[in-house]
Design a binder for this molecule. Structure first.
Ligand code: HEM
Length: 311
């Protein structure tokens, strides 16, 4: 009798379980809307349904958004598939681009220096010095250059610090360094932008390309070969550097402020684009400035303050 009772209890329990499963399966299926998209606000969304929804559709599916009760409705965006393309750029293509541009430029300059050496003054120093840039111009140049160097180091730390420095510094020191780096990157952007604007205004008239530049380029500019072609205040090479600074600086500043003040000027897709442009232009800019620093230092004689020739 007791065995019969135990069997009956087992049968009732099995029937109850079957009923629950039978009811739950259609309820689970209802988490998909009629257009076959997932309803992320359903009471029990399954993770694999969300992941499957992400795989479907061109470009990895649509965003998955739910409802939130706070005023900022953007926070209801659970998954944004375009972020995966952005991450692929940030973790992959950007690393290659930066390595090729920056290390490639260094390698080219080392080879060039070994082959060409320092470009010497033809007839030594004249003993006379002339004011080529006044104190204000020099101040603007060094303010902008100083900011640029810090922006470049702290920017590269955002891109590469985690893989290159974190293992060396350890987590605590890397976190402190990155935090200060981020403050520096944010705050020094303002004097950097001011410097770029002042350079634009101070030197634009002398940097409009003209026919003399064509002749200068055709004659190798004095750095390729031993010719010494004439130029006005700025030669064609210096004009190229000038426009890289003005246009590159304007570009990193514009895109950088979109990132620094998120959602004021654009949405998440716009910020991803801004970040891609910012990082791409920044690494090319750094490579160009390495060449500028080379020519302004060990690449060419006369970079130090002109001293009167010994009598
Ligand atoms: C006005 C000028 C600039 C502003 C407003 C600015 C702003 C920013 C902001 C807000 C970020 C994102 C930081 C983060 O993700 O926490 C960033 C990243 C970065 N910046 Fe700048 N920046 C400026 C100039 C520069 C310059 C001149 C360089 C280099 C020459 C540079 C290189 C970078 C790099 C490499 C990153 C990291 C990109 C990444 O891996 O995501 N920035 N910048």
């Amino acid at each position: 009798m007791a065995g019969l009772f135990a069997n009956a209890r087992f049968i009732v329990a099995a029937l109850a379980l079957a009923l629950i499963v039978g009811v739950a399966a259609p309820a689970g299926a209802q988490q998909r809307n009629s257009d076959n998209s997932v309803n992320p606000t359903a009471s029990a969304v399954k993770e694999d349904q969300l992941l499957n929804a992400l795989k479907s559709g061109p470009g990895g599916g649509d965003s998955i958004s739910g409802r939130v009760s706070i005023p900022d409705q953007k926070s209801g965006n659970l998954i944004q598939p375009a972020g995966q393309a952005w991450r692929a750029f940030h973790e992959g293509a950007l690393h290659w681009l930066a390595a090729i541009a920056i290390l490639g430029m260094l390698a080219v300059l080392v080879v060039f220096y070994l082959m060409r050496g320092m470009v010497k003054l033809e007839n030594g120093r004249s003993g006379r010095s002339i004011v080529r840039f006044n104190a204000f111009e020099r101040g603007v140049h060094w303010m902008t250059a100083g900011c640029f160097i810090v922006l470049a180091i702290t920017g590269l730390n955002i891109s590469f610090g985690k893989s290159l420095l974190l293992p060396l510094f350890g987590a605590d020191a890397f976190a402190a360094w990155s935090q200060w780096g981020k403050y520096a990157h944010n705050y020094l952007s303002f004097p950097f932008t001011l410097g770029v604007v002042l350079m634009l205004l101070m030197w634009v008239a002398n940097n409009i390309p003209n026919g003399v530049d064509i002749a200068w380029i055709k004659r190798g500019g004095g750095i390729v070969g031993n010719d010494h072609p004439p130029a006005y205040k700025f030669n064609a090479g210096q004009k190229v550097i000038y426009w890289i600074v003005v246009l590159g600086g304007g570009c990193v500043a514009t895109t950088g402020y979109f990132l620094m003040f998120p959602f004021y000027g654009t949405d998440i897709a716009g910020m991803q684009l801004a970040q891609v442009i910012h990082a791409t232009v920044a690494v090319l800019f750094i490579a160009a400035m390495i060449a500028h620093i080379y020519i302004g230092s060990i690449g060419m004689d006369g970079f130090s303050r002109s001293r009167p020739a010994a009598a």
